[in-house]
Design a protein around this ligand. Sequence first.
Ligand code: ZN
Ligand code: FE
Length: 293
Amino acid sequence: MRRICEYLDPADDPVDKLRGRDVVGESIGNEDKDRLMNYHIHPIPALKDNYIWLLAHRDTAQALVVDPGDAAPVLAYLQAQELTLTAILITHHHADHTGGIAALKAHYDVPVYASIDSQHPLVTHKLAHGDALHLPLLDLTFQTIAIPGHTLDHMAFYSQPIVFTGDTLFSAGCGRLFEGKPAQMFDSLQRLCELPDDTKLYCGHEYTLSNLAFAKQVEPNNQAVVDHQHYVDALRAEGRASLPSTLALEKQINPFLRAKVPTVIQAASQYAGKPLSEAWQVFAALREWKNSS
Ligand code: ZN
Ligand code: FE
């Protein structure tokens, strides 16, 4: 098999570069790091600003993809790297995350995993919150986390220390509420926040810079936001992904995870024109504010 580039090569991994900075907090434990060495995780840019995440096992050359909104770039990557597709994971039903399933299935007859609440006709295996998804060919088990809000069928796939968050949690932002209610989305984000701080977040879109611009509107004096903006500016200028992020970093820069921080409560209350006491109300005001900004 052809050698695929080192996952933990700092040049390929923004979080490794960030690790030297205080903003990231504790580094990943040795055991997780050793385990990750067996895998290669690559963002395949698709459509306008989607990332289709591909995870491959180095020894077996088996791979899974998350949210293939388009088949062509996935097929090209699999072929170039001499990988075999073994599973498709779907975080939610939107076309920019599912549009490539049919064409991929024409080449590889693989299972398609999604939430039990998914109505998508091409899903073959439905999972409930807390289910263990064991993928023997990848020697990997994911725990599913139901995170409704952006859509009602939204699900995250977690295998310490990585999580695929789809359109629920972005770097410095979160998804719009197309189907769920604000309190529900707030709870879903809280659920993700309970994962260890060093969890690496693999999100569905490259929205980081516009999200950071909004974060700066909410918290003009948050130095972590300003620093990260400079960092991501440089990454994007080189055409590189701003992801994965880490939960530790997001807790410092993402206003939607900071609904209990006094300056954020104050800014959201000012936007709403009334004092907001509950964290989910602060979250709801931020989401409205972002929609209109
Ligand atoms: Zn979506
Ligand atoms: Fe999307």
